[in-house]
Design a protein around this ligand. Structure first.
Ligand code: FEO
Ligand code: CA
Ligand code: CA
Ligand code: CA
Length: 756
C-alpha cells in the first residue's frame, strides 16, 4: 500500500478542522493548573465555583498518595501546555519528531549485553541471543540507579536499568536465508526462543547523552526457558502440574510480553499476551481428554487452542529434548494428573509476571491472583496509605474484557522503599479480589467480582469451576459467566497521575457489527458504539480505528464497585464523517488509528498515545500523539444512527469526551515503515523519554528475504545505526528522545507534578 493509491483520502485529510468543544467549561487541567500554581488550594482555601469540581477529586489526587508526594505537593509555576509543533503524517522509512527534539537509537535487536558477545552482524548469522537484545521491543519501564550504580534510586535520572519486553520476532530476518519449515532445525528454534522474553539493560547518561552499557552487572535476559515461579492462589494447583513441575509450583519462562507496569516498590510487571499460539495441539486431543465437553477441552477452546491448532513457530518439532517437547500440549502421557506430559503447560502462561530489575538472582514470579488472559499492562491506581491498591488490566482479543485487581493488603507507604521487593510483591499481589467491568448505557458501570462464591460462576453450565484457583486460571470463562461487557480489544491502561481516572485503549474490532451474525460478532453498545466501513474499504467493517475509554471510580476509591465512564477519544481519519466516525472531530494534526500503547508522564500529566495500525497505514506509518486530557463527563452524549438491512434504524447513544483542540492534542512522532510504536517511559526529571519502535519491515516472506529492495524498511541501518546501511535488515529498537533546549518532553510550563 502507498499514499498514491488513495489520493482522495489525502485530499479529505485536511478538510475537517472544526473545533467542536462547545462546553464552555474550563478543562480539568486548567483547573488543576490553577491549583498546581497556587498551593493554597491544597490547604482548602478555595471558595469559588471551582471548589465543587475540585471536591469531586479523590484526596489522593491532591498531591499523590504514596507518602512521597503528599508533603512536597505539586511544583509552583506556569501551567503545563503542549510544548511542540505537531508533525504531519508520514510514510518515510524514518523516525520523525517535532522541531527542537532529537530522537536517537539507543538499543536495538541483537545488541550485545556483554563485552564478550560479538557485535551484531545483522545478516542472519548471529547467535547467542541469551546475551543480546531480543526482538520486537514492546512495553518498557525505567528503574533508577544511584550515581555509583550500586543501588536503586527511584529519582535517579542519569543511570538506570531499562526493562524491555521482547514480544515476538520477525523470524525471517533472524536467519540468513529465512526460516526452514517443520521439522524446525534446532539451531533456528533455539535462536527464535531466545529472541523472545525480557531484557534488562543498564543505560547511563554521559556528557549529556544516554548510552546502554555492554558490561553492566544489571544486564540480564529472561527468555521462555528461564525458570519462573508460580505464585498466588493457583500455586501447586492440579491445573499447573507438568512433567517439568509435578508439584505445579514452577514453569519455564515468559512469552509474548506486551504491556508493562511498575510497582510502587520498584519492580517490573510484564503481561503475557498472545501466548496460546505458540503451543501445538494434535487433531485427536479432545478424545484423549475425555471428549469435547471435558473441562480441559472447554478451557483450551476458550483460550484459542482448539484441537489441531498449529503452533506459531513449530518449536515442538525441533527435537525430542524437553525444551522443545513442552510446546506440544496434547495429552500424550498415561498419568491421570498430567505429570508425565505437557497437557497443562498452557496454564503456566497468561499472567502478569513480576521481576526484580535490580536482582538478577531472583526468578520471575507469575502472579496468578491477577487472572489469566491475554494480558497487556497492569497499572496501579493512585495510592492512598491505609487503602488497598488497585491494578487495572485489559485482555487484548476481540470482544474481551477489562479487569481490576484489588489487593487484600492496605498500602503502607514504607513499602515503597522495601529492600525485599519480591516479598513485597507477595504481600500485595498474591491475595486480593479480581473484578471484571460491566458498562451501562447511562454512563455508569460496575466491577463484578470473579469469585467462586458468586452463584453465576459456581453454577456456570458451560464450565464447572473446581475452586477459586480455577476461577483465576480460567478467568475468561468466569467473566463470561457474570455477563461482563465485551470490549473492542482492550490494550493498555493508564492512570492519570492527578485525577486518578483510568484510561484504556480499545484498539479496533472487526467483529463489532450493526447486525451480528455469529457468536464471534458483537452488537453495538454505548461503550463500543461504532461499526463502519473504512472508505475506500481496505479492512473489515467494524470499529476500524478504535477508541480510548476512561473510568472514574466511585468516590475515587480503589476498591469501588461502581464507576462512571466516557470516551476520551475516538480514532478516525480526519476526513471521516463527524456524525458517524470522527466523533472526536480530529484534525489532520491529530488523526490516528488503532491506539495501543498508552502512558501518562508522572512529571507532566500529559498522555502519550501510541498506535499499532493496519487501517490508516496507506496514508501514514504508525505514530505517537501527546494529549492533555480533561476528565470523565467533560463532553456530551451523541447518538449514532445506523440503517439496518431491513431499512429500520438502530440508534446507539454514547458519551464523547470534550473534543480535542490544537492546544490539547497533537502528533509528536511518526515511525519508520511497517512498524508499531509501543512502549514508553521517562527519566524522573522528565528530560528524556524512551520509546520503542517495534517490528519495522515485518511484512516479509521467506521468498522475499533475498530481495532487500522490496523490504518495507531498512531502519535503523538506513539512519546509520549498526551494520547494513541503506540495505540493512530492519531491527526493532529503543529510542531516547530529548529536547534540544534541555527542557521537559512535549511540555512547556513548569508546574510539574512531583514524584507521583
Ligand atoms: Fe501486544 Fe495487544 O498488543
Ligand atoms: Ca500492544
Ligand atoms: Ca496491538
Ligand atoms: Ca484506512
Amino acid at each position: 500500500m502507498n499514499a498514491n493509491s488513495r489520493p482522495e483520502r489525502r485530499a479529505l485529510a485536511d478538510f475537517n478542522e472544526e473545533d467542536s468543544n462547545t462546553s464552555g467549561n474550563p478543562s480539568l487541567m486548567e483547573i488543576l493548573d490553577a491549583r498546581l500554581s497556587r498551593r493554597g488550594l491544597l490547604r482548602g482555601t478555595l471558595g469559588t465555583a471551582g471548589a465543587a469540581l475540585l471536591g469531586s477529586f479523590s484526596v489522593a489526587a491532591c498531591g499523590g498518595g504514596d507518602g512521597s508526594a503528599t508533603t512536597d505537593g505539586p511544583g509552583a509555576g506556569s501551567p503545563i501546555t503542549l510544548g511542540f509543533t505537531p508533525i504531519p503524517k508520514s510514510l518515510s522509512d524514518a523516525v520523525s519528531v517535532p522541531a527542537g527534539y532529537t530522537a536517537t537509537v539507543l538499543y536495538a535487536l541483537g545488541d550485545p549485553l556483554t563485552s564478550s558477545t560479538p557485535d551484531y552482524r545483522n545478516d542472519g548469522t548471529d547467535t547467542a541471543f541469551e546475551s543480546r537484545a531480543g526482538d520486537h521491543h514492546d512495553g518498557m519501564e525505567y528503574f533508577g540507579l544511584n550515581a555509583a550504580g550500586t543501588a536503586r534510586d527511584a529519582a535517579g535520572s542519569e543511570r538506570a536499568v531499562l526493562a524491555v519486553n521482547h514480544e515476538a520476532i520477525t523470524d525471517q530476518f533472524l536467519h540468513a536465508n529465512g526460516t526452514t519449515a517443520n521439522p524446525r532445525p534446532a539451531a533456528q528454534a533455539d535462536k527464535e526462543i531466545a529472541a523472545h522474553g525480557l531484557s534488562f539493560v543498564e543505560v547511563r547518561k554521559t556528557a549529556g547523552k544516554f548510552a546502554y552499557q555492554k558490561d553492566s552487572p544489571y544486564n540480564r535476559r529472561v527468555t521462555p526457558l528461564t525458570p519462573a515461579v508460580i505464585q498466588g492462589p493457583a500455586r501447586g494447583h492440579a491445573l499447573l502440574k507438568t512433567r517439568y513441575s509435578p508439584a505445579g509450583t514452577d514453569t519455564r519462562g515468559t512469552i509474548n510480553n506486551c504491556g508493562t507496569g511498575i510497582t510502587p516498590w520498584g519492580t517490573f510487571l510484564t503481561g503475557e499476551e498472545n501466548w496460546a499460539g505458540y503451543f501445538f495441539r494434535n487433531s485427536t486431543d479432545n478424545a484423549a481428554r475425555g471428549g469435547s465437553t471435558a473441562r480441559s477441552v472447554v478451557a483450551l477452546n476458550r483460550y484459542g487452542r482448539a484441537q489441531g491448532a498449529a503452533s506459531r513457530h513449530g518449536w515442538e518439532t525441533a527435537g525430542a529434548d524437553d525444551r522443545y517437547a513442552r510446546w506440544n500440549i496434547s495429552q500424550t502421557g498415561a498419568s491421570s494428573d498430567g505429570t508425565d506430559d505437557y497437557r497443562n503447560e498452557l496454564n503456566g502462561f497468561g499472567y502478569i509476571v513480576e521481576v526484580d530489575p535490580y536482582d538478577k538472582t531472583q526468578a520471575p514470579r507469575k502472579r496468578t491472583a491477577l487472572g489469566r488472559f491475554a494480558h497487556e499492562s497492569a497499572i496501579f491506581g493512585l495510592r492512598v496509605p491505609g487503602k488497598p491498591l488497585a491494578a487495572y488490566m485489559g485482555d487484548d482479543s476481540r470482544g474481551e474484557y477489562i479487569y481490576k485487581f484489588v489487593s487484600a493488603a492496605s498500602w503502607d507507604a514504607a513499602d515503597a522503599n522495601a529492600t525485599d521487593r519480591l516479598a513485597t510483591g507477595d504481600k500485595y499481589l498474591d491475595r486480593g479480589r479480581l473484578y471484571v467491568a460491566k458498562f451501562s448505557a447511562d454512563g455508569t458501570g460496575t466491577w463484578v467480582e470473579l469469585s467462586i462464591a458468586n452463584s453465576a460462576i459456581a453454577g456456570y453450565a458451560t464450565y464447572a469451576f473446581a475452586d477459586q484457583a480455577d476461577v483465576l486460571v480460567n478467568t475468561r470463562l468466569a467473566a463470561d459467566a457474570v455477563g461482563a461487557t465485551r470490549m473492542d480489544r482492550p490494550e493498555w491502561s493508564a492512570v492519570h497521575p492527578v485525577t486518578g481516572e483510568i484510561y484504556y485503549t480499545l484498539t479496533n474490532n472487526s467483529n463489532r457489527k450493526v447486525e451480528p451474525t455469529g457468536s464471534s460478532h458483537v452488537a453495538l453498545d454505548a461503550a463500543n458504539p461504532r461499526a463502519y466501513t473504512d472508505a475506500p474499504g481496505n479492512s473489515s467493517p467494524g470499529n476500524v480505528n478504535g477508541h480510548i475509554i476512561r473510568i472514574k471510580e466511585s468516590g475515587g476509591e480503589s476498591a469501588a464497585t461502581g464507576f462512571t465512564w466516557d470516551i476520551y477519544l475516538f480514532g478516525a481519519e480526519a476526513g471521516m464523517d463527524p456524525a458517524k466516525v470522527n466523533l472526536s472531530s480530529l484534525t489532520a494534526d491529530q488523526d490516528f488509528s488503532s491506539p495501543d500503547g498508552l502512558w501518562f508522564s508522572p512529571k507532566t500529566g500529559l498522555a502519550f498515545i501510541q498506535t499499532d495500525d493496519g487501517a490508516y497505514t496507506d496514508v501514514t506509518n504508525c505514530m505517537m500523539l501527546v494529549g492533555r486530557p480533561g476528565h470523565v463527563g467533560d463532553g456530551a452524549t451523541q447518538t449514532l444512527n445506523y440503517t439496518k438491512t431491513d431499512g429500520s434504524t438502530l440508534s446507539v447513544t454514547t458519551r464523547v469526551g470534550a473534543k480535542p483542540t490544537a492546544a490539547t492534542l497533537g502528533r509528536f512522532l511518526v515511525g519508520p515503515g511497517d512498524c508499531e510504536i509501543t512502549g514508553i517511559t521517562e527519566t524522573p526529571d522528565g528530560k528524556a523519554i524512551f520509546v520503542n519502535i517495534q517490528h519495522p519491515g515485518e511484512s516479509v516472506s521467506k521468498a522475499g528475504i533475498g530481495t532487500p529492495s522490496a523490504w518495507l524498511s531498512h531502519w535503523p541501518g538506513n539512519a546509520g545505526y549498526g551494520a547494513g546501511g541503506t540495505n540493512a535488515r530492519p531491527r526493532s529498537a529503543t529510542l531516547v528522545i530529548t529536547r534540544d533546549n534541555g527542557g521537559l518532553i512535549a511540555a512547556d510550563g513548569t508546574a510539574v507534578l512531583n514524584s507521583f
